[in-house]
Ligand binder design. Structure first.
Ligand SMILES: [Zn+2]
Length: 557
């Protein structure tokens, strides 16, 4: 049902776009509450006629959960039948014949709207009737209708969407000023396409306007439709009904990072009680998301013996509350270090995470547990998380991570067998809105994804996953837009004392019921000792450009 609604608004969006491309008419930009704008408050940009007004006013009245309210026309209401009890009464000689009192029929009220709002006919509360007309305002002025729907924010706003200034994902252009954005909208630009934010495909990004993204309620460009009433007419009930039906689709902001290795210097800090230290410089970004996920690249706790491999890692028990404090909600354990202190330590670490409210994925007491999704509801959307590992045999120690694969009767990890991933995703996809797969795979320090890594990631998308979040290579890799899904092959290290390139990133992903709407890379530098900090502007440009470039090397399918 959400998908059907998405399509109808897509048509609406395309209609605006068509009008926009013709470049006629007026697009009013009300700039008043926007502090940084240098425009006087009453400036109007001249642009397409039937574009809704772009205003800075958010809709304040909508408290409904969107998405669940649109009934398809012609759906049959459920009738609840009360059991009928007949008690035999003796005939009563004094019974008066029933008097029939006609119920008053409310006079119909008319709402005029342009033809593209035909779908409103099924949504109007009684006694409202829809009258489609190319000039609703004229009908209202002539007294022929009781209300009119207008493409602006000057009445009671019933529909509002951010208008995103979209560019190709891999174009290194991040931000414009309000003034420049107004010029771009008025004059057009070969690489910039204005689109309602909810119609933006994942392989495009929205330019920040004075630092604000369309996800920010204070984003300055909003497409709006509002109700205008005939004199003396109140529209509260109609407005409330339309606001409920026309509310924006729910969006979840997910934040993802790569390897978290809280042994070595970071582990020492934790053991001293400095729980905030590892993420002190980035925690506000991790906490700002609706849901935050990373890869815990070590054992966790204080039990077990080190496995005979080159770099056995174990984070102290204090790492669990530190990760929760930093904002993590989900952590993958399907990697080549979660079993470094044995299977008992693996299960013990999972208990420590659960005790602080973090969901471990990709590991468990048996294969079914290791492959079980973590399912959670956020902002009215249901998300399933799965995690898998597929890494080569270690060159020097000959350690094979595949030996940690959980079986029907023994604990371990979920191995990234494409067929198995496909089966797991196929099972969970119909039960949830979104499927997100964590994949620890690839060759260390190689930017190109490995063949097994690509096969596993693509199997997940082929089976219905919307997003694959990769790591293991210790460096950033490219992003592939694949069959409607998004594969982020490598997020690199994140909090990790390691002798490797310090460049990494925080990935922000906005998801709606159709999948990934927008991706944003926030460049980060891992400092000496393993603590991540935000990159400065010069560092940030190079990090983004590298990922954009690597992404252009991956074929779009
Ligand atoms: Zn790894």
């Amino acid at each position: 049902m959400r998908h059907e609604r998405g399509r109808s608004w897509l048509l609406l969006g395309l209609l605006w776009l068509a009008v926009a491309c013709r470049g006629a008419g007026s697009l009013a930009v009300s700039s008043e509450p926007f502090a940084i704008s240098t425009q006087p408050p009453d400036v109007s940009l001249q642009a397409p006629t039937s574009w809704p007004t772009v205003s800075t006013e958010p809709v304040a009245t909508n408290t409904q959960v969107p998405g669940a309210n649109l009934q398809p026309p012609g759906s049959t209401p459920t009738v609840s039948v009360e059991p009928l009890t007949i008690s035999p009464q003796p005939p009563d000689a004094n019974l008066q014949p029933p008097i029939s009192i006609p119920l008053p029929t409310p006079a119909p009220l008319f709402l005029a709207a342009p033809p593209q709002w035909q779908a409103l006919a099924a949504l109007l509360p009684l006694p409202w009737t829809l009258r489609l007309d190319g000039a609703p305002e004229t009908l209202l002025e002539a007294g022929e209708v009781d209300a009119a729907l207008r493409p602006d924010a000057s009445g009671t706003v019933v529909w509002q969407r951010p208008l995103a200034l979209t560019i190709p994902f891999s174009l290194d252009w991040q931000e414009v000023t309000m003034e420049r954005a107004q010029t771009l909208l008025a004059d057009g630009h070969g690489l910039m396409l204005p689109l309602p934010w909810d119609e933006m495909p994942a392989d495009r990004r929205a330019l920040r306007v004075n630092g604000r993204s369309p996800a920010n309620p204070a984003y300055p460009f909003q497409l709006s439709w509002s109700l205008h009433a005939a004199p003396g007419r109140t529209l509260d009930e109609l407005a409330a009904a339309l606001q409920a039906h026309l509310a924006p689709a729910p969006v979840v902001q997910l934040t993802a990072v790569g390897d978290l290795m809280l042994d070595r210097a970071l582990g020492w800090q934790l053991r001293q009680g400095n729980l905030e230290y590892p993420f002190a410089r980035v925690a506000d970004l991790l906490q700002a998301a609706d849901i935050t996920i990373g890869n815990l690249e070590s054992a966790l706790g204080d039990v077990g013996e080190a496995a005979p491999k080159r770099y056995p890692f174990r984070a102290p028990p204090e790492a669990a509350p530190a990760l929760a404090l930093a904002g993590f909600d989900v952590l993958s354990l399907a990697n080549n270090h979660a079993g470094d202190y044995g299977m008992e330590a693996l299960l013990h670490g999972m208990e420590l995470l659960r005790a602080v409210g973090i969901a471990p994925i990709g590991a468990g007491a048996n294969a079914a547990e290791a492959r079980a999704p973590f399912i959670t509801s956020v902002n009215g959307l249901t998300l399933a998380f799965l995690a898998y590992v597929h890494v080569p045999v270690e060159a020097l120690s000959h350690f094979d991570t595949a030996s940690w694969t959980a079986t029907a009767v023994s604990p371990g990890l979920a191995w990234a067998d494409p067929e198995q991933i496909g089966a797991d995703v196929t099972t969970v996809a119909p039960l949830v809105d979104l499927v997100i797969v964590s994949l620890h795979s690839g060759y260390e320090y190689v930017e190109a994804p490995s063949p097994p890594q690509m096969a596993a990631a693509q199997a997940a998308i082929d089976a219905g996953a919307h997003l694959v979040l990769g790591h293991h290579a210790h460096i950033l890799q490219g992003i592939q837009f694949y069959k409607g899904g998004v594969i982020v092959y490598g997020l690199g290290n994140f909090a990790f004392e390691i002798d490797g390139p310090p460049e990494t990133a925080i990935l922000n992903v906005w998801l709606d019921a159709n999948g990934v709407r927008e991706l944003e890379l926030i460049p980060v530098i891992i400092q000496f000792g393993g603590q991540p900090r935000l990159a400065d502007p010069a560092e940030a440009g190079l990090i983004r450009q590298r990922v954009y470039y690597l992404s252009t090397l991956l074929p779009r399918q």
